[in-house]
Design a protein around this ligand. Sequence first.
Ligand SMILES: *Cc1c(COP(=O)(O)O)cnc(C)c1O
Length: 383
Amino acid sequence: MRPARALIDLGALRHNYRLARRLGGGRALAVVKADAYGHGAAACARALEGEADGFAVAAIEEALELREAGITAPVLLLEGFFEAAELELIDRHRLWTVVQAPWQLEAIERFRPSAPLRAWVKLDSGMHRLGLSPDGFADAWKRLRAMPHVDGLVAMTHFARADELECGRTAEQAAVFERVVAALGERPVVSLANSAAILGWPALAEPPLPPAGEGRGEGRGEGPQPHEGRTWARPGLMLYGATPFPAPHAQADQLRPVMTIESRLIAIRDLPAGEPVGYGARFVTPMPMRIGVVAMGYADGYPQFAPDGAPVSIDGRPGRLAGRVSMDMLTVDLSGHPEATVGTPVQLWGDHLPATELARHCGTSAYELLCGVKRVARSWRDS
Ligand SMILES: *Cc1c(COP(=O)(O)O)cnc(C)c1O
């Protein structure tokens, strides 16, 4: 059998979830969209069930997959529904929905669920992708509040640049959110933070202050406020053990990688100097060199245009790519690995080589690497 494998460590997933929940300062929805960033949504959700406060997905198809897998915990649709007809399924499967646009609110207004619908109302605080505008938010909130068939409102927003720790934009977006929420005349449950914000912007774990005149003052200055139940974090990437940051980071460095992509050497060549390797002869041996062929290619999700020198881990020691990646194979420089033979294991990313580091060499992100894994046999283990 072809030796390309994705090994998924569910113990590491739980460790990372606990870290997210603790740093997030309240409850945390485990984001398992896109098949849990390539890790297997059903397996990951089962591993977290009993521990996760709930799950979040991109669309109803993904939510139904979780329900079919027996997951009974809350599942939030991060973009809400794409057409009003989905409300029947949302009701039947007890899903939670985001409301990000006025047409969704109107559809909910007309709908008669069998039990109150849970709605998260999304504010566009400056990313300008989804969400109600700051001008329209309070009106939408009050309309939903007044609907007897809607319950459990949460005010949410999403950051565009939380992974840039020196950038002022996250604080600006948070200030827009706080201002809009403060005008609601109540102190709602809120949800702001994705992985980068959970790890990099700890002050966001504090919910916005109550509106003036209501509870303000009492309890302030008396030490930490109880946040339990008032804040929902939405960790995605960090659950899978990848850091959103380019540099070392005290919190992110506590994450444990969940996915390890590995394969084996299936052939070895001894080449003289000046010989081309692989398609396009991108790599030419600068000296006599041993080249290893690994059963892993872009059809498995490894980046086709990973450059020469991109890191690999050969039997646990650092190695480097040499030559353009093919569909089913890639080639590595074995100069520093005299002991390597056919069958030697090669890790492409995982516990020896962070996905974020490989991504940096390839001009992509850990998100894209993880979500792009395909064809390789996946196996899940609990540690
Ligand atoms: C995907 C997503 C998340 C998770 O983001 P990460 O950066 O992976 O932590 C959180 N919130 C929303 C709205 C999302 O779409």
